[in-house]
Design a protein around this ligand. Structure first.
Ligand code: ATR
Length: 277
């Protein structure tokens, strides 16, 4: 019998996860289907119980359910607890276990363009929401030399750092202006905000005047594939990284939890790029 996997979100109409996962299942000849389920917030608990009763293999969880869903699971992995959100549910027997693959998915995409070691790199993160929490946690847990979080509302950047388990002294919150004026210090600059996302494609999160051409500039946004922020960074000679790799890798890591098999990430990327047009 085919095994069923799904996405719990609201809305889910434009999600690229079903085609990406179904292509990977097909490629590995896994008898499984992945479907998007539109779950209104008041129905989340019932939807999670349906994973058990309908015996789904597992689910991805997306906006707006990533935090709330933690209340309905049997176990939550330590990294997901630290991020404070779950994007992957695995059913083991009657038990539902929550994981978060966003941070590691990001890290895998970063490592594809990184030269040298994270332990030598200074990183500026713009934004202090859920996506920033996942990225900061993964970078910190992989021994990044220094992480500065800058946000429009600096208090939110401070809160993000305070809630991390085992904070290290090389984490700090700064004003966006401060980061902009010291930008040449940073080896990696990451936009985790939605600034520049379609349809507001003319906006950029920070000014790149002082950017070093040796840096990597990364945007978690994948629609558009190349934001104005990345276009400006490329014009300054930096290496750029869009959000497609993070999206593919977070999905691939979920797939690995569910099937214990490694999916073809190149094929998944191709499927996503086709959908983005
Ligand atoms: P996500 O889960 O995608 O990270 P989020 O938790 O809502 O989303 O966080 C959005 C982040 O983008 C926040 O850091 C937010 O800044 P504030 O904390 O100051 O609100 C940032 N953000 C969103 N729109 C922005 C804008 N127009 N200018 C600057 N920052 C913005």
């Amino acid at each position: 019998m085919e095994k069923l996997y799904g996405l719990l979100g609201y809305p889910v109409g434009h999600s690229m996860s079903p085609s990406m996962h179904n292509k990977a299942f097909e490629d590995l000849k896994v008898a499984a289907r992945y479907m998007a389920f539109e779950v209104e917030p008041q129905n989340l608990q019932n939807a999670v119980e349906a994973i058990r009763s309908l015996q789904l293999g597992g689910c991805n969880v997306t906006i707006p359910h990533k935090v709330e869903v933690m209340n309905y699971l049997d176990e939550i992995d330590e990294e997901a607890l630290e991020i404070g959100a779950v994007n992957t549910i695995v059913r083991e027997g009657n038990k539902l276990i929550g994981y978060n693959t966003d941070g590691r998915g990001y890290l895998q995409s970063l490592l594809e363009v990184l030269t040298g070691e994270l332990s030598e790199k200074q990183v500026a993160i713009i934004g202090a929401g859920g996506a920033a929490r996942a990225v900061v946690t993964a970078l910190k847990n992989n021994h990044t030399k220094r992480i500065v979080v800058a946000n429009r509302t600096i208090e939110k950047a401070e809160q993000l750092l305070n809630r991390l388990h085992s904070p290290v002294s090389l984490l700090e919150a700064q004003e966006i202006k401060t980061v902009e004026s010291n930008l040449e210090q940073f080896d990696i600059v990451i936009n985790t905000t939605s600034v520049g996302m379609s349809p507001q494609v003319e906006q950029t999160p920070i000014c790149l005047d002082k950017l070093s051409n040796k840096s990597i500039v990364s945007d978690l946004i994948y629609n558009p594939i190349k934001t104005k922020f990345l276009t400006e960074a490329e014009a300054k000679g930096a290496t750029i990284l869009n959000g497609v790799g993070m999206f593919v890798n977070q999905g691939a890591l979920s797939f690995e939890y569910w099937t214990k098999q490694s999916p073809n990430r190149k094929l998944m990327t191709k499927t996503v790029l086709q959908q983005l047009g």
